[in-house]
Design a binder for this molecule. Structure first.
Ligand code: C5P
Length: 207
């Protein structure tokens, strides 16, 4: 069946693991929009660009096109022959990405790539159900307290829980504008659930 499922939510709410699980159960790819914002940030940092200035970033992205490869098991990001995927989750990129994601020109660059993808798929991010795919057939929004999210993320980052929690809260604030749940999204508090519990909550609502 042709459809788009959107899974939005706050930073480190488990969106990519949940989306991957839902996508694999449905036998469709999932699309991680955050990776494109992260790729723009990484390339801007590597080129020592001012991350607040869209023209330089857009020139860079136009000259060296970035490609998102949506797979059910995990997304990969390429710039030509170079794979960027493993460099996208550093704390340096974490710190810079919200500034880059606040630039309307960068959001248009991401949105155009996402809207060009063939259906069906599961799309994960902040504004998939609101701005990018408002016509999606099924929409979900994941939340959890900052402490729970920091404890989960501490397993993937070298910093300790309080430092990660502070960084997450800072990113939540910077991302507030594009992070509102769609009015027709089901909001799921993932705090009391494990990964499979969240996946199952979503799958029971899909045809
Ligand atoms: O989902 P992830 O945490 O990897 O996203 C990284 C950053 O990209 C977010 O903190 C946010 O600034 C930005 N983002 C966004 N809109 C999306 C997805 C991500 O603004 N749809």
């Amino acid at each position: 069946l042709l459809m788009i499922v959107t899974i939005d939510g706050v930073a480190a709410s488990g969106k990519s693991s949940v989306s991957s699980g839902v996508a694999q159960a449905l036998g469709v790819p999932y699309v991680s929009s955050g990776l494109l914002y992260r790729a723009a940030t990484l390339l801007g940092l590597e080129a020592s660009l001012d991350l607040h200035a869209a023209p330089g970033l857009l020139t860079l992205l136009g000259a060296h096109p970035v490609r998102l490869e949506p797979l059910a098991g995990g997304n990969r990001v390429w710039q030509g022959e170079r794979e960027l995927t493993d460099d996208l989750h550093s704390s340096r990129v974490d710190r810079g990405v919200s500034v880059v994601a606040a630039l309307p020109e960068v959001r248009e660059w991401v949105d155009a790539q996402l809207r060009a993808l063939p259906e069906p798929f599961v799309a994960e991010g902040r504004d998939m159900g609101t701005n990018v795919f408002p016509h999606a057939s099924h929409k979900f929004y994941l939340t959890a307290s900052a402490r729970i999210r920091a404890e989960r993320r501490a397993r993937e980052r070298p910093e300790d829980v309080p430092a990660i929690e502070a960084a997450l809260q800072r990113r939540d604030e910077l991302d507030t504008v594009q992070s509102a749940p769609a009015p027709d999204a089901l909001v799921i508090d993932t705090g009391p659930l494990d990964l499979q519990g969240v996946i199952d909550t979503i799958l029971t609502r899909l045809p």
